[in-house]
Write a protein that binds this ligand. Sequence first.
Ligand SMILES: NC(=O)C1=CN([C@@H]2O[C@H](COP(=O)(O)OP(=O)(O)OC[C@H]3O[C@@H](n4cnc5c(N)ncnc54)[C@H](OP(=O)(O)O)[C@@H]3O)[C@@H](O)[C@H]2O)C=CC1
Ligand SMILES: N[C@@H](C=O)C(=O)O
Length: 265
Amino acid sequence: MSDNTRPGTAVVTGASTGLGADYARRLAERGHDLVLIARTKERLDKLAAEITGSTGRKVEVVVADLTDTRQLQQVEDKLRGDDTIDVLVNNAGGSLFGPLNGADPAALENLVTLNVTSLTRLTTAVVGGLVARGHGTIVNISSALALNIMPVSATYSATKAYVLAFTQSLHQELAETGVRVQAVLPGALSTEFWDGSGIELSAFPDEWVMTSADAADAALAGLDKGEPVTILSLPELGEWEDYEAGRQKLIPNLSLSTPAPRYTT
Ligand SMILES: NC(=O)C1=CN([C@@H]2O[C@H](COP(=O)(O)OP(=O)(O)OC[C@H]3O[C@@H](n4cnc5c(N)ncnc54)[C@H](OP(=O)(O)O)[C@@H]3O)[C@@H](O)[C@H]2O)C=CC1
Ligand SMILES: N[C@@H](C=O)C(=O)O
């Protein structure tokens, strides 16, 4: 039972390497015990030993493929039944870049299952408990490619646009509950994400690429500021606020009884 006097358990998906591993380190440094989820047991065990050694925090390793229906259900059941959980970082995500014409539909479905379905189901598994306890945090890792939509990124950008919209809606839904909700939009990170993705990380100039450690620190700084959406490298927050204000301005006219005059004359 989380007693609200010290940080509860933080769950991080995709924690075996990259951004998820750095989130795990930072959250342990903030006093959270951890549940770390990914497919590769050896890497999770090694990270768990490192974190326990450096912080003294308790770290549980859960080996699961979140694209496997049965394994995902087991993880959901575990999270739903754990009333110590205070933080969920939905970080596990895959990449696949290239033209849709000729793409392997099974690989695309797998990407959607990991980036969209597992994130949705795990959020749903924890949200009731967090609301009932009146505190907690849900962090969903989206991407700059939710906004930067390119010819090679149809499915990947769509999954990350889903994460952004899902998180913005949840932020509104949970506004009065004490539960914080944040979407994080990293640009390119120097991780294994790019391996076999269809784009080589080396194609990017160094000034476009952030380390996952810097990304985790910036994302947590955005969380501490209470941001519902954190775009890690965007220098001017006002540019995002202008973009959002433009979207809000559309809303009164998005559903009317008559078509716009340009479609009737
Ligand atoms: N790297 C980048 O440039 C960017 C990344 N992002 C997003 O950041 C997040 C983290 O990416 P990053 O750290 O770079 O990626 P990595 O490829 O370095 O790490 C991905 C993590 O997800 C885990 N994972 C992959 N597939 C599964 C699966 N089927 N089930 C469970 N776990 C899985 C991997 O572990 P294992 O293989 O052991 O399962 C690993 O821990 C992702 O959501 C990504 O979309 C957003 C913008 C840019
Ligand atoms: N966000 C990164 C990928 O997801 C990128 O901008 O390259």
